[in-house]
Ligand binder design. Structure first.
Ligand code: MN
Ligand code: MN
Length: 319
């Protein structure tokens, strides 16, 4: 290809520690860029963690993920997929949140994603805490409810926190169901575990028809079998993929606010994304990477490795 604009900078040309770290070393194409209309997948940072109820930090996630993503090379080791040749990918920059105002931040995020969707771009988001997914879904599912394959230790289906606070990182998918953004019958939550406040979230899931695959079932059946069921639940319709890094065991992903022990290892963390083959992905996110709890950078590196796997699935879908 003669036009190399959308190709990432290779580590063969410029050492990986040099240069300005955009996602995957792709070009930075902000929303007012002349070539925005050519972009097929836009990687977007949402540096926002105002929905966090305990240990904050994911507001610093996008910057650390960009830095870690300089380690990502152009070709998938197993499938041979070269996503940056199959799709025109770009770093669309960060959504500027308002750290003092949750509602205003969500409006800003939705407005940004509305522009992305209008331009026909598939969004791949780097959070941010998990509340970030709600304003993104308000754009992605503006026309009709979507299905969702959700990797997490937690359902994020609680009604509210702190006596009526409806918007936290423990409530986004409850709101998304109420707002008609998700089709609960096409939602599957994988990896759920840890001590609980009560069963209110899972009672809601049961009543709505959301399928929860707890970690005990995940380990007993294995990732391939679980993902076969997930693909069946999502079906052929439009499906959002939401990946909370605390899905992964804290041995492999300590850099997150709400870790839960007994989770998948870092290989299984990739294997489940490979199991998304054929899913009609209309958007995806990796959230809850928290640099203050990630001094080694291992969590961020796992996060961008998951993002690369997601990109490869999006590229395979197009092919
Ligand atoms: Mn979550
Ligand atoms: Mn979680």
């Amino acid at each position: 290809m003669s036009d190399t604009f959308f190709q990432p900078v290779s580590g063969m040309d410029l050492p990986r520690f040099a240069g300005i770290p955009t996602f995957m070393r792709l070009p930075h194409v902000p929303l007012d860029h002349a070539r925005l209309g050519e972009v097929e997948v836009g990687i977007i940072g949402v540096p926002w963690d105002s929905g966090t109820t305990n240990r904050p930090g994911p507001r610093h996630g996008p910057r650390q993920l960009r830095d870690a993503s300089t380690m990502i090379r152009a070709e998938h080791a197993v499938s041979g997929m070269r996503p940056f040749e199959a799709l025109r990918c770009a770093d669309l920059g960060d959504v500027g949140p308002n750290p003092a105002d949750i509602q205003d931040s969500m409006k800003r995020i939705t407005a940004f994603y509305d522009a992305v969707i209008d331009a026909g771009i598939l969004p791949l988001t780097a959070g941010g805490d998990h509340l970030s997914s709600l304003p993104v879904l308000r754009s992605v599912a503006a026309e009709a409810p979507v299905g969702m394959i959700h990797f997490d230790s937690h359902t994020d289906l609680y009604h509210s926190y702190f006596d009526g606070m409806m918007y936290t990182h423990g409530t986004p998918f409850r709101r998304a169901c109420e707002e008609g953004l998700l089709d609960p019958k096409r939602v599957v939550q994988i990896g759920i575990r840890g001590t609980q406040y009560d069963s209110e979230d899972r009672d809601f899931a049961r009543a709505e028809g959301i399928r929860i695959i707890p970690i005990e079932e995940f380990h007993a059946r294995g990732p391939d079998d679980v993902m076969a069921e997930a693909r069946e639940i999502a079906g052929t319709g439009e499906t959002y993929v939401s990946y909370d890094i605390d899905f992964v065991d804290p041995t492999f992903a300590p850099g997150t606010g709400t870790p839960e022990v007994g989770g998948p290892n870092s290989y299984q963390a990739l294997q489940v994304v490979r199991g998304l083959s054929g899913v009609n992905i209309v958007g995806a996110d990796v959230v809850e990477v928290s640099p203050p709890f990630d001094p080694s950078g291992a969590t961020a590196f796992l996060g961008v490795s998951i993002m690369f796997e997601l990109l490869c699935q999006m590229a395979a879908n197009k092919a």
